[in-house]
Write a protein that binds this ligand. Structure first.
Ligand SMILES: Nc1ncnc2c1ncn2[C@@H]1O[C@H](COP(=O)(O)OP(=O)(O)OP(=O)(O)O)[C@@H](O)[C@H]1O
Ligand SMILES: O=P(O)(O)OC[C@H]1O[C@H](OP(=O)(O)OP(=O)(O)O)[C@H](O)[C@@H]1O
Ligand SMILES: O=C(O)c1cccnc1
Length: 466
């Protein structure tokens, strides 16, 4: 397409693209937006190397003028985006990109790859947190990412760990992710550790000697209640003699509700009331919720496959659509019409706002960029499909959601630390009504169009059909 634009003399045509998604993943009521940092770093460093140009040359598809354009390629466009960790909903522009058609077309798939992957995993992690009733993070069980071995690849594990941390995981067992992003790293030991020693007790003692202040023992290699827990208590008593304590045990198979409750009883009877019980074994948000309903005595959760691959909903369908074209300093709105009404795009250069009523997100409104943001006057919102469904809000706080990130190829935004993004994501979740956070059949958050945008869309649909 870039070569075609070049041949048609359209490479400098100024356009606007929106990146958004249409359907929440996993039956969820929202998405936690993530991946912006990688998208921005990609745009700021995007170049064609001599080697890459030589590869393209030998395809015999392109002329030298075009290859020369690639050699001097720089991203010179303007990007507005929501902050990482923001709770977002279908059809909301997550990134709005303005610039040369030549550049904006090239970046489509890369931007989608960063945003789709990390937003999906951040959302999945949030679901786990909601299931574990840890939305208030100081309560309920922490969730650790155990996913590296099950991730689709190295990058998926590392960026997945980043996204999982944004979504609320407390730690990762992926040390590379700790190295790159400063995520707290935590882990225990595998069954092979226990098997490699002559006995379980010797294995526990050797682990304690290596990590006397972080002794967490895997108790299910032979028999949880007859061998693992009694041996862990023996090692715990030895630690006590040194003035230390047994930090935890991990149960990785069997009936996690029954075994955790029994293990809790025995640990408590032996005086280890502070020792944590960590569960793992094919956990997902449904099993976590189920175990909590059964009164399982689980303090923390190690989650692998279901988290890092978003196993039951393995892709977020974010898309990148052209919404306007600049002609004589004016933006001309563009639309994509479809037989499927959900695939008709929202035309024009747009922005969007969120209305808060009593500090809870009440509704979102997508509007044309030139429209004034409501400033306290009563606003009547209507459903863009079933337009008779209307509501008027009066006492609200309004927040503009897109902010400048890159202007004419220059970064104007300071990328936040990951820990700040995580804290912001938590704050965001607290601003969303609990009905929308429900794991099953959540309330559908209202994302409406301003009257002007709605009328423009109707007009363009009508004219496109003629
Ligand atoms: N009390 C429980 N309620 C609901 N699900 C549970 C409960 N206990 C365990 N599970 C889940 O059931 C599944 C256990 O599967 P299965 O019985 O096949 O294996 P297992 O006994 O854990 O042995 P292994 O992991 O060694 O194959 C896991 O996904 C686990 O998280
Ligand atoms: O959430 P999950 O996908 O289960 O990931 C975590 C699992 O990974 C490890 O198991 P391991 O690779 O040794 O396999 P196994 O326990 O399934 O046998 C660990 O002991 C957990 O069981
Ligand atoms: O640290 C652990 O116990 C761990 C890490 C990854 C996968 N399974 C277990």
């Amino acid at each position: 397409m870039m070569y075609g634009y070049y041949k048609a003399g359209r490479l400098d045509q100024e356009v606007v693209f929106d990146l958004f998604y249409r359907v929440n993943p996993c039956g969820n009521g929202f998405v936690v937006f993530a991946g912006l940092e990688q998208a921005v770093l990609y745009l700021m460093t995007l170049r064609f190397t001599e080697e890459e140009i030589a590869y393209l040359r030998q395809t015999n598809l392109f002329d030298e003028g075009f290859l020369g354009e690639l050699a001097q390629f720089r991203f010179t466009g303007t990007v507005h985006a929501v902050s990482e960790g923001t709770v977002v909903f279908p059809y909301e522009p997550l990134l709005r990109i303005e610039g040369r058609l030549f550049e904006l077309q090239l970046i489509e798939s890369a931007l989608l790859c960063f945003v789709n992957h990390q937003s999906l995993i951040a959302t999945k992690a949030t679901r786990m947190k909601l299931a574990a009733q840890t939305i208030l993070f100081d309560d309920g069980g922490a969730i650790s990412d155990f996913g590296l071995r099950r991730a689709q690849n190295r990058d998926a594990s590392i960026f997945g760990a980043r996204a999982a941390f944004i979504g609320g995981c407390s730690s990762t067992s992926n040390v590379a992710a700790g190295f790159y992003f400063g995520i707290p790293v935590a882990g225990t030991q595998a069954h092979s550790w226990i098997q490699s020693f002559p006995s379980e007790l010797e294995a526990f003692r050797a682990y304690r000697d290596a990590y006397p202040d972080q002794t967490v023992l895997l108790v299910d290699t032979y028999n949880v209640l007859r061998s693992g827990v009694p041996n862990a208590i023996t090692v715990g008593l030895e630690l006590r003699k040194e003035g230390r304590d047994l930090l935890g045990i991990r149960i990785d198979s069997g009936d996690l509700a029954y075994l955790s409750k029994e293990a809790r009883k025995r640990l408590d009877e032996a005086g280890f009331t502070e020792t944590k019980i960590i569960a793992s074994d094919d956990l997902d948000e449904d099993t976590i919720r189920d175990l909590i309903l059964q009164g399982a005595a689980i303090d923390a959760w190690g989650v692998g496959t279901a988290l890092i691959t978003a196993k039951d909903c393995p892709a977020l369908g974010g898309v990148y659509k052209l919404s306007a074209e600049k002609v004589d300093a004016r933006y001309i709105p563009k639309i994509k019409v479809s037989e499927n009404p959900q695939k008709v795009t929202n035309p024009g250069k747009k922005k969007w706002v969120r209305f808060y009523v009593n500090e809870r997100a009440n509704a979102d409104l997508i509007m044309l960029d030139e429209e004034p943001v409501p400033a306290g006057e009563a606003v009547t919102l209507f459903d863009p499909i079933h337009t008779y469904k209307q509501k008027t809000i009066t006492h609200y706080r309004v927040r503009e959601m897109l902010q400048p990130i890159i202007v004419n190829g220059q970064m104007v935004y300071e990328l936040p630390e990951l820990i700040e993004i995580r804290a912001y994501a938590e704050k965001e979740l607290r601003s969303i009504p609990s009905e929308t956070l429900r794991l099953k059949n959540p309330h559908v958050h209202h994302v409406d169009l301003s009257r002007e945008l709605w009328q423009l869309k109707q007009k363009l649909v009508q004219s496109a059909r003629m």
